[in-house]
Every structure is written in C-alpha cells, then in structure tokens.
Ligand binder design. Structure first.
Ligand code: TMP
Length: 250
C-alpha cells in the first residue's frame, strides 16, 4: 500500500468489499475487493483466487473511463492490486438498477422470458436495507415514506443513471460485450452527487455480443461453472479495448 494512505478503522464490510477509513484523511476511504462471492442473500458463498483483483481492475477501468467522460465518481486512484482510494461520501440508500434487456428478478417476477428486448430503458430503485434483502421500491414510496434524506436528489440521480448507462453501453459494446443490466449507488460529497460503490461482474449482467454467452455473476448464482474464466474474460476484453486509459493511475 502507498505510504501516504494507510488503513484506519473498518467502516463497513459488505459481501464483496471492505471499506476502511484512511488515516489522517477524513474525506477518503480505501475500498478493498474481497475474493468472496455471495448470492441469494448470502445463502450461497464461494470464492476464487484473485477474484478481488479482477473486480478491482474492472471497476477501476470503468471509473477511469467515466472520469474521461466527465462523470463524477468517488474514485481517486488505484492503491494496489486489490484496493482503490475513494472519496468518503454520504451514501444515498438506494440501489439504482438499469435494465437494457430483461433478465433476473424483474423477468422472474413478471413471468417474462429472459433476454426479452425492452421498449424503453428501465430504471428501478431498490431500498438499501440488508435485513429486508433490499426490496424494490417505487418513486412514490421513496417520497412519501422519506426513504432518502432529500427527495430532490431523485431526479438528478435518474438523469445521471441514464447518462452513465449510455456511456457504459458504448464502453462494453466496443469490447464485444453487451451490458444487459447493472446496479449503481450514488453518494454525496460536499453537496455534489457522485457515482459511488463499484461496478463489476458482481453487480452487472454482461453477455458476449456474438454468442450471448453469459459472463457475469449469474454463472455463480445458477451453478453454470466457469465463473473465474468468465470474469477474467471480461477483464481481458475490456483491457484489450480500453487498457490505454491505464497509462494514468487516476
Ligand atoms: P436483479 O435482476 O437481481 O434485480 O438485479 C439486476 C442487476 O443489478 C444485476 O446485474 C445485479 C445487480 N444488483 C446488485 O448487484 N445488487 C442488488 O442489490 C440488486 C437489487 C441488483
């Protein structure tokens, strides 16, 4: 780890990451990507060597790309193979899911075949509450039940989520991949909205363009095998296409 950014206390431990305070820098945190994989609300667990590194690499490439596209994110710089330095934000307790093609929970809940084309990009909110398994919530519920501290941020969040989706669809498409759906979290840093958390094959559905082979965490959730190989394939295709962004560390 860089000398200047030493780990302080553990602020939060999630399924795929640990978040540490940075000693002497009250506005900064270190995100450590773990090798663990979990699914079905933690009932299924697994791991593979260097999984944290692969997800950190994918996530940091995405943040660097978005930065070049003028999207504000919490990412500051890479620290080592498994850690990145980020701004310490006040997380808005919503999981913002964008769906470009139907799959997963919404397909299941509505009995619609996975892979079905969507007439218009779909944005959904899930309320971040582990003990409730992050339930789906409507905009009305978010407003009426005051689920977020300031409802005025909802429109900017939606606008930013659609914009990030456009940029990422292009980013994946160029690498021969299709972004089916993904989850974002946003935070506030000094009253400014920034993309927080991470974006990796743990929180996206990514299919190969030509073959529609599924390369994301569904391979683990659904016991399809080749999880490690698939995550590494995403990493390798993205780096082949976009690796030049890595010439700068931040
Ligand atoms: P879903 O189909 O299970 O609702 O998930 C949609 C996408 O969002 C999928 O790529 C996984 C991601 N996601 C998370 O990573 N964490 C979450 O808590 C939720 C609700 C979705």
């Amino acid at each position: 780890m860089s000398e200047n950014f030493k780990r302080g206390g553990l602020l939060y431990e999630g399924k795929g990451k640990k978040v540490f305070q940075v000693l002497g820098h009250e506005n900064k945190v270190l995100l450590l990507f773990k090798d663990d994989l979990t699914a079905h609300q933690g009932r299924k667990t697994g791991s593979f060597p260097k999984k944290g590194e692969v997800c950190k690499n994918i996530s940091s490439l995405i943040f660097k790309y978005l930065k070049k596209e003028d999207i504000s994110t919490h990412f500051i710089q890479d620290i080592n193979s498994q850690e990145m330095l980020c701004l310490k934000t006040e997380i808005i307790p919503l999981e913002v899911v964008i769906r470009n093609q139907l799959a997963g929970s919404t397909a299941n809940r509505l009995g619609i075949k996975e892979g079905t084309e969507i007439k218009k990009t779909l944005l959904e909110f899930y309320y971040k509450k582990d003990e409730l398994d992050d339930p789906f919530v409507s905009e009305g519920q978010i407003e009426s039940l005051k689920l977020i501290p300031d409802f005025n941020w909802l429109e900017p969040i939606k606008k930013q989520a659609f914009l990030i989706n456009k940029k990422l669809q292009f980013f994946f498409e160029k690498a021969g991949l299709k972004l089916i759906d993904f989850k974002m979290e946003f935070g506030l840093f000094k009253d400014k909205l920034v993309l927080a958390d991470d974006i990796s094959p743990d929180s996206c559905r990514i299919w190969e363009n030509q073959t529609e082979e599924r390369l994301d965490k569904d391979r683990f959730r659904r016991d399809w095998g080749k999880v490690e190989e698939s995550y590494k394939k995403i990493e390798s295709l993205l780096y082949q296409q976009w690796g030049h962004f890595l010439k700068n560390n931040s």
